[in-house]
Design a binder for this molecule. Structure first.
Ligand code: GDP
Length: 140
């Protein structure tokens, strides 16, 4: 059993894609263990993406992540991290495989609809960034 963090980015929430994205997650056999909608502050978005702060697209990334509400979710399942990244598709939607969230829904590399943790350490950090333990009823 593994845990990962999913974010439906503002472009996905804005275009009424929450249900379609949740369906793809659940169809992959992943459990939505906790979920909530929040509007990130500039400071929160900057902290969450701090690893990218030297990249040329950092300002644009922070701006788009704070442009509207997001849906953050804790996903659980066997190989949840890799399985969710597979459902998400490649960062650049032009390179994403058929049937993936980004292939079907992403607007561009900047507005690519979803985020998913990329390793067990980042998954733990990212889940703790958004959720208190008491907010994850299906923790085990
Ligand atoms: P991910 O793990 O697939 O989300 O990709 P990364 O960790 O490499 O990048 C984080 C996020 O930064 C991506 O999901 C994109 O929204 C954004 N991003 C990455 N590369 C670019 C780029 O070249 N241009 C722009 N505008 N955004 C980018």
């Amino acid at each position: 059993m593994e845990t990962t963090l999913s974010i439906i980015k503002p472009d996905g929430v804005r275009r009424n894609l929450i249900g379609k994205i949740f369906a793809k997650i659940e169809d992959k056999g992943l459990r939505i263990a906790a979920t909530k909608m929040i509007h990130l502050s500039k400071k929160q978005a900057e902290m969450f993406y701090a690893v990218h702060k030297e990249r040329p697209f950092y300002g644009e990334l922070v701006e788009s992540m704070t442009s509207g509400p997001v849906v953050v979710s804790v996903l659980q399942g066997a190989n949840a991290i890799a399985n969710y990244r597979e459902v998400m598709g490649a960062t650049n939607p032009a390179e994403a495989a058929a049937g993936t969230i980004r292939k079907e829904f992403a607007v561009s590399i900047g507005e690519n609809t979803v985020h998913g943790s990329d390793a067990p350490e980042t998954a733990t950090t990212e889940v703790n960034f958004f959720f208190a333990a008491s907010e994850i009823p299906n923790k085990e």
